[in-house]
Design a protein. Sequence first.
Length: 533
Amino acid sequence: MSKNLRWRGLTIAILIVIALLYLTPNMPGGLPGWWPGPQDGIHLGLDLQGGMHLVLEVEVSVAIKNDLERSVENIKEDLRREKIRYLELERNGLKGINVTIIGEDHREAFEDLIKSHFRGFELKTGGPVEKGVRYMLLLTQDARRDIIKMANDSALETITNRIDQFGVTEPDIRPLEDNRIQIQLPGVKDPERAKALIGKTAVLEFKIVDDENSVDDAVKGNVPPGDEVLYETLRDPKTDEIIGKKPYLLKKRAVITGEYLTDARVTTNNQFNQPWVSLTFNRQGARIFKRVTEENLGKNLAIILDDNVFSAPHLGVVIPNGQAVIESSTFTMDEARDLAVVLRAGSLLAPVKTIEERTVGPSLGKDSINKGFYSMIIGIIVVIIFMVIYYGFSGVIADLALLLNVVFIMAGLAAFKATLTLPGIAGIILTIGMAVDANVLIFERIREELKLGKTPRTAIDSGFSKAIVTILDANATTFIAALVLFQFGTGPIKGFAVTLSIGIVASFITAVFIARFAFDYLYIRLNWKKLSI
């Protein structure tokens, strides 16, 4: 028995040391540089440490419009390949596409082409016109639903990836009804930067600069067919103020896009210490980029993000390794990092707009922490006084186990990197009551055994062995309820479920294992004769 007690005592000591190690990062003053232990302490939720609450709406109409415009370009390519002449081919709002085929000869070939390659459209004949046949390609309801679902799923995944790379601890991101997404970012210090990072569409394109036509004429409205005018924003490097815009005449068709990117990293120009973003394409993208540079040697290749030109470097050599650089004389380090983040995370299929925005200030968070902390301390003090008055020295043992229970709960939150919220504090307070309830069951059993005339040692053995089944059943059912809350709950409910689950495990350890060790040590090892209970 003595050997058994030593191992049990050593196990308890190890548990306490591990718990304190996980709580060390939350100690005042922070961690020293040499600290080898855990680096992350307890994370506080939005209601405790402040931060941002956003509700975004995915502009699915833009996703439908972009999908229709891509279909227009694809139909154009197929018609050229099949040598089917057309008079009109344009998007008709968000309904579909209008097409006018020249002559009756290609009517059957056109209909077969649409039915076999563009099944998301319902083909309607608008009747003959002066020079051919008019068709309406109406987007089907199934195709429309698929586009909307893809836009929402893409937005949720892309925004999650961006926030993860931005470094926010324990963000809460979830879809809502009506194409909306709720985002909670605890501890965000720069809300505007976070909003810009989340909302950037990040469509990266590379387009050839048209140096055969006049950009000045194009700016005045004489844009050559197949071209477009985009601008580079010029800023004062000292004040960061916009001082003008530089126009570029570009081929409308992108020679390569950001869909082939595998990585984007911030590097520094050693000569001027200016940050830029280096890009790496995948194998297919590298082949395309090599072909593009081969076919356009001597020309300029514009790098465009969300219709804004960043730079238009000269293609002097063939680039075979799929490497490119986005550079700007006005890049700050934060801007370069944010750009790399959105490029790595991918582009949004549709832009998002802010529907609701709230900022929880740190003063509110501090007030919430104080109230929750005081309520927990008051609850613990009341329970401690009651246990000592009602159960004497045995109540002292229960109180010590109770304090260890709180330590284990906090350490569990830190170990699992869970977020502590106000409902989580409520879960801790509830767990304190449950832990005492287990001790009450054990002590009442011991009292019954003592009334039957048994010795303290025998009464302790019988009390713990008979009560443990009831305690285990009660904790198991509560733990199952907590798991259900965690699985199906959201936000605050999950926070409550996490602390409740950890607290149930901690209370069982302290009430059954640690309290039993204290009784065994005192009444077996030290051979106390009188049991105060």
